[in-house]
Structure formats: structure tokens, C-alpha cells
Design a protein around this ligand. Sequence first.
Ligand code: SF4
Length: 413
Amino acid sequence: MTAAAGHGSPDGTGMSTGTGTGTGTGAGMGTAAAAVASRTALLEAREITKHFPAGRRGAVHAVDSVSLALPHGRITAIVGESGSGKSTLARLFARLLKPTSGQLLLDGRPAPAGRGGRRRYAQQVQMVLQDPFASLNPVHDVRYHLTRPLKVHGLGPAGSLEEALTSLLERVALTPPERFLRMYPHELSGGQRQRVAIARALAVRPRVLLADEPVSMLDVSIRLGILNLLAGLRENEGMTILYITHDIASARYLADEIAVMYAGGLVESAPAVAVTDQPTHPYTQLLLSAAPDPDRPEPAVLSGSGAVPSLLAPPAGCRFHPRCPHAMDVCSQLPPPLAEVAPGHVSACWLHAPKNPATAAAPERRNDDPPTQLADDPSGQQGRQTRPALRHPPFSRPRHGQSNEAGDEPAGH
Ligand code: SF4
């Protein structure tokens, strides 16, 4: 796909849509990846690709030509199954992995190079890992974990060190701070450990937090406290956050925008409510149909089957076509181009694409599904009638700024 030729959204959400087109077949879905670009992007990946060499078998196409911008002071969620490439993309943003191709931009400029540049970048872009126990050193106490990043980055606290540490723990609702400073990881609950990991990331005063499945290893009962903590950082401090998750319900709860990844590429992106209330890509619809919904009277019906394809040899054309109930002949031949289905809402699917000149005629249907809509149906109504109905969003939106107290967590967790 071409670089995200984004245009700022008129609604001031800071979100806009790429207008790239899919090209070639090698990158498959990746070349048709949806792009989220913004004039106000703090951090941006442009057509970033990561292939891991796999010896004689070729390479694992973990991320293919993905463009995604993180607007200032917003939470962007990346949602997808295991193997979709979402965690690899987070590590590319963190520069823990070197991209095969593509570019990272910070404040619209290439990410600084060299050892000093990488350190400056790391100070501004911090990562919170999935497993809070593994990410903390068991032989050191909380004081050590919070002091060390200040030393590594050569940052002196504005006031006394004691005041800085106290403030950090208060920001993540670990009070009284003097008690937690003396504690070791094994003395903390899972939620408290993740709060320490977040405090450690905040110690160097970053502008971007990359949160890679920060609640997936926590008990369900304490996830909400961590999500509310992240929402509070965005709400009260203007933190820019990338939230990686396989749980589209929590993405809707927390994020301003959602980008959906499948098999190494972005397939749909839009404001969170639009993705969950009016999903246009069949894969997003599949994810939503699998999300728990207590208001749904009957069991979820999954409109699709199979699993994420091997990224050693991704399917040609649309990478979702082996699973897609709406697959047409063109889907296995050409990667779908991006199409803007609504302002700020893009989808990489032939159902919503302008007619491909290479096919000369409208794609031929291949199954008995109800009629699907092509972009030359200006009403857009035909295709929309084919989507699974979503009666209720799985989660309510959060009341941002509400309590992020550690007390959200039951004792002992
Ligand atoms: Fe992919 Fe075709 Fe299904 Fe759209 S309709 S998701 S392009 S297989």
C-alpha cells in the first residue's frame, strides 16, 4: 500500500484515514492494511514491515506494510487474535525490534538514530509488558525498580528522590507509598505488580505508553482497575497510549480508536464506537460475534471458521479469504484496497472497495451468502444488510476520570 495519505478529521478527533491502495500479492493483506494517520500524530509507523527469517522455510511475515499513527493524548487499541502481529507491532514501536522496512516517526520526524537517539526515544516511548511478574526483578524491591530508570536515563528528580518515588506510587494508586516502596514483587498482588510496572514506565516522564496486553494475565476481577488507571493517565495527564489486546470488548471500553489486525496487516480502523457498533470488515464482525455479551439471549454465532493462517506462507489476495463467509473469486486473487466507508473509518475488504480495474467487472460471488455491497453501490445499504446484527455493544463506555484506586482490586489479588 502507499503511505498513509491521511487527511485530518474534521471532527477534531485527531483521526484520519489512509487512502493507500493494495498492490501486489506478496504482502497480501498487509499491502492493503488500513492506515490511521493524523496531522497531530505523536508517534507514527509508516508502511512498517517485520519478517523473521525462518531458514529454508523462508520468512515469517509477522507485520506487513502497516501504517498507524498514535494521536496526541488519545488511546489507540490494536485488536486481533494471537498471531495477528499486534505484539510485534508494539515492539516495533518500542524499537525492541528492527523493522525489515518502513519508518517510525516521532513528532513527524524520523525516530532519532544512534545510541543517544535511541535513549532519547526510549525515554519518550515506554513499554508495559504483559506479565508483570516476569517484568519485575524478584530480588529487588519497588524502590529499586522505580529508581533504576532515573539512573539509566540520567534523570534527576525535580525535587527530592523520596518525593519523586512517592508521587509515582500515588499516580498509580499504590498508597501508602512508603509501605509499597519496601515491598518485593512476590509480596504484591498481580494488579499491584502491574501498577509498579506502569509506575516504572512513568518514572522517566514518557509521552507514549505502549501497553502490550497489560491486563490479560490478571484476574478478571482486577482488570478494570488497571484499565481505569490507563484511562486516568490519558484523561488527567494527556498521555498517548497504545493498548494491545485480543479482547475487543475491553478495547471499546478503553480506547478512542480501534485498529483491527489480522495475519500481519491492519484490516479496519475507526473510532472505537464505530468499529464495535458498525463493523464493516467480516473479520471484525467475527471478533465481535465472539465477544461475551450478557444481554445476548442466545449463544454467539460465529460467521466464519478456521484459524489464523501460517505467516510463513500467507494466503494470496485477502489473507482472511479462507475463513471469510463472504469470500468472492477476487478475494483469493488480489489484496483488497483500503476504502473509506465513513469519515475516519477505513476497511480493507472487497465488499467496500472501488471496483478493481484489473477485474473489469464486478467480482463474481462464490457462495450462497446474501448479496454483498460493492463501492459502486453508492447507497451502501446492500452490504450493510449482510452484516451480523449487533444488538448490544459488549461493554459500556467508561466514565473517564473515575476512580483508579487500587481499591478496585480485592485484597490478595
Ligand atoms: Fe477478504 Fe473478500 Fe472477505 Fe472482504 S469479502 S474480508 S476481501 S475474503
